[in-house]
Design a protein around this ligand. Structure first.
Ligand code: ADP
Ligand code: MG
Length: 670
């Protein structure tokens, strides 16, 4: 057996399991070993029954108190039994496991592990795991890896595969030059991998993860350098020296540009009339008006006869931008086209032809814009919206379309300048610090589930005033394993609650792009009042008439993401509201949400979040919203990022051999 052999060479991995593995991009034995656990399960010491927190997973050590009752209810076999310790009793429930009758006997002691719930004052646990005291003691002394999985592939199967691949770990090659390991005091890669699979302690996990994150950053930066070497300091060959069209557009806007917008526009005008090609990051918090700046930039080049491309990370957002541009550019007789994944093939072909012929001025789209088939006539400007959502490849390919066009990237991610330079290279940055003058700060509240009736009454009032509402749920449909609100059931309940007084619709990521676009278009045209959705609406969506955002299970998201979600309201003149509904009693969850409750400022939130978590907290949700790295987070691991940057500089200076991994391209999530 060698590291390059396919996974199915491993004992216990058949062709079916191998197929499942390939879904999580695991094809070889080396891939199995390189899997990094998403977290670890630790078995905690048993608690007294009276201290078991309802809704949480606990272990109890208890004596079997009753005979095991087996009952048939329709097709279901229900097995129940009561257990107790000195502080209380719990009813255990299993389905379709009649053999348990012969497992438990009155008077025996076991450790039961499961989620505690309470019905009419009676505590219960469904499908608890059960162990003898000795078995359980073994469990508490180890950390159990939880691997990334896919449907049909269990953690048990993956763990087994890792175990049988383990002897080959010694053959694994080092990814970094020896000298870099020494200089930066890094542990060998295979030791890091070994430690991540079966760690002794969380401290050990931290050290190992650090090494893997270092690799991620190091090779990302090395790759960016290599790309940049080729594209650095290109001559500006585009003649853009008058901005009459853009100025006319500004004059016709229904609002005054903010100081930040004016400065950004000024920077862009300086850049595109300069000697070298523009490479600029426009950074502005959600709702600061980045789209208007993009429109002005587009008109600046289109006014001089060039083409522009505007790329967004999701179809929903691309479609919205397309609608905005069509409306805003109509009277200027500018031809705008939309190119997304779901565009019909015949339509795509037509657009390719028109683009190549120069008959389309502006093309808006998703990564469909960077396919090989797309040839531009005289592309002078590429703008990427929500830049942090794109993978490395997407970031660079579009910039290489045409002949080194001007590039603007836009992001709401409040990234410090030093990090920005590492991430995006030698680019110039315009920061838009102020919000449009008409805005009223969003009013926030953090509440528990018992607040729902109040929230619905409040929504009814807002709807009566003609406003619209977003409600976010983490799940698409009900799931046995996860306790969280889901879009489909939630929308059903709201329909019942509101009856004829409000039109409720729902949306989620598994719907087709056409469906999603229809739903968003209806919502934009105010045909619907309440949109219940997963986080597919997170980025960019702009409907200034929506005034209420309610986020169910807010504890399940990172603060950056919650801030993005909240940013869907408060985009017009009307007072807007954000209701964070916390489904957990944990103090930590509440403390985090309190940060959002107190501030609407993305920069401030990112900083506070960082302080609260400390660099050790990596199992929580990621905070930057970056999707480039699997483990690394440019905020939480800013120190490693800087170190890796330094190491790349050093390796290049010393001429060390850096072998880039074949592919580290992370696609678009969502
Ligand atoms: P983001 O920066 O989050 O992309 P958008 O560009 O979508 O924000 O702008 C949010 C809303 O604010 C839009 O409806 C837009 O028309 C409006 N807007 C943009 N600039 C201004 C301004 N200077 N004054 C008033 N409203 C503005
Ligand atoms: Mg935007």
């Amino acid at each position: 057996m060698t590291l390059n052999d396919p996974v199915k060479t491993l004992k216990g991995v058949g062709p079916k399991t191998a197929d499942l593995f390939s879904k999580i991009k695991v094809n070889t034995i080396e891939d199995v070993l390189a899997l990094v656990p998403r977290g670890y399960l630790s078995y905690d010491e048993p608690v007294d029954i009276k201290d078991a927190v309802i809704g949480s997973r606990v272990a109890i050590e208890a004596v079997v108190q009753s005979y095991v009752d087996v009952r048939k209810i329709r097709k279901l076999t229900l097995v129940t039994c009561v257990v107790k310790d000195f502080t209380g009793s719990v009813k255990l429930v299993w389905f379709n496991s009649p053999f348990l009758k012969n497992v438990f006997h009155i008077g025996q002691t076991y450790v039961f592990v499961g989620t505690i719930s309470s019905r009419n004052g009676q505590l219960s646990m469904e499908h608890p795991e059960y162990y003898t005291k000795q078995q359980y003691e073994m469990l508490t002394s180890t950390l159990w890896p939880i691997y990334p999985l896919t449907e049909g592939l269990s953690n048990k199967t993956v763990t087994k595969a890792v175990k049988s691949a383990f002897p080959l770990l010694d053959d694994m090659k080092e990814s970094l030059p020896e000298q870099i390991l020494k200089k930066y005091e890094l542990m060998p890669r295979k030791e890091a991998i070994r430690g991540l699979h079966f760690p002794e302690s969380m401290d050990a996990v931290m050290v190992c993860r650090k090494r893997i994150i270092f690799d991620e950053f190091f090779f990302f930066i090395a790759r960016m350098r290599r790309i940049r070497e080729k594209t650095i300091k290109s001559q500006n060959r585009y003649v853009v020296n008058e901005f009459s069209l853009a100025k006319e557009f500004i004059g016709n806007l229904p609002f005054e540009l903010t100081k930040g917008q004016l400065e950004a526009v000024d920077n862009i005008w300086q850049d595109i009339s300069g000697d070298t090609v523009m490479n600029r990051l426009i950074q502005g918090d959600v709702g600061s008006g980045k789209t208007a700046v993009a429109e002005i930039a587009i008109l600046s080049v289109v006014g001089c006869g060039y083409q522009a491309a505007f790329m967004a990370p999701t179809e929903v957002l691309a479609t919205q931008h397309y609608a905005t541009l069509c409306k805003d550019f109509e009277k200027h007789n500018i031809k705008v086209a939309l190119l997304v994944g779901s565009t019909k093939l015949s339509e795509k072909r037509r657009i390719y032809e028109l683009l190549a012929a120069g008959e389309i001025d502006v093309v808006v789209g998703t990564h469909a814009l960077i396919q090989d088939k797309v040839v531009y006539n005289n592309l002078a400007l590429v703008i990427t919206d929500e830049q942090h959502r794109f993978g490395v490849r997407q970031r660079t390919v579009l910039a290489q379309k045409g002949e080194e066009p001007h590039v603007i990237v836009m992001s709401a991610t409040p990234i410090p300048r030093t990090l920005a330079i590492i991430m995006y290279g030698d680019l110039d940055i315009s920061v838009m610090k102020d919000m449009p003058a008409n805005r009223k700060p969003i009013k926030n509240c953090v509440v528990g589930p018992n607040y729902r009736p109040t929230a619905y009454k409040f929504m009814a009032k807002q709807i009566a005033m003609g406003h619209q509402i977003y409600i976010i749920c983490p799940m698409i449909e009900a799931s046995e394993n996860v306790e969280a609100e889901n879009v489909i059931d939630y929308a059903g309940q709201l329909e019942e609650y509101f009856g004829d007084t409000a039109k409720v619709v729902y949306m989620h990521g598994k719907m087709s792009a056409e469906e999603k676009n229809m739903i968003m278009a209806d919502f934009a045209e105010k045909k619907t009042d309440i949109l219940v959705s997963t986080t597919v609406i997170e980025v960019g969506i702009d409907n200034p008439n929506a005034t209420v955002m309610m986020i169910e299970n807010a504890e399940k998201y990172g603060l950056a993401q919650l801030h993005q979600l909240r940013g869907r309201v408060g985009r017009g003149d009307a007072q807007s509201y954000c209701i964070f509904l916390c489904g957990s009693d944990s103090k930590q969850a509440k403390d985090r949400l309190e940060i959002l409750n107190k501030s609407n400022d993305g920069f401030h939130i990112a900083n506070e979040d960082l302080k609260l978590r400390g660099p050790g907290d990596f199992f929580g949700v990621r905070q930057s919203g970056e999707v480039l790295f699997e483990l690394g987070d440019i905020y939480n691991n800013a120190d490693i990022l800087k170190m890796a940057n330094d190491a790349v500089d050093y390796a290049i200076k010393e001429n060390y051999d850096i072998i880039l991994p074949e592919t580290d391209d992370v696609g678009i999530s969502l």
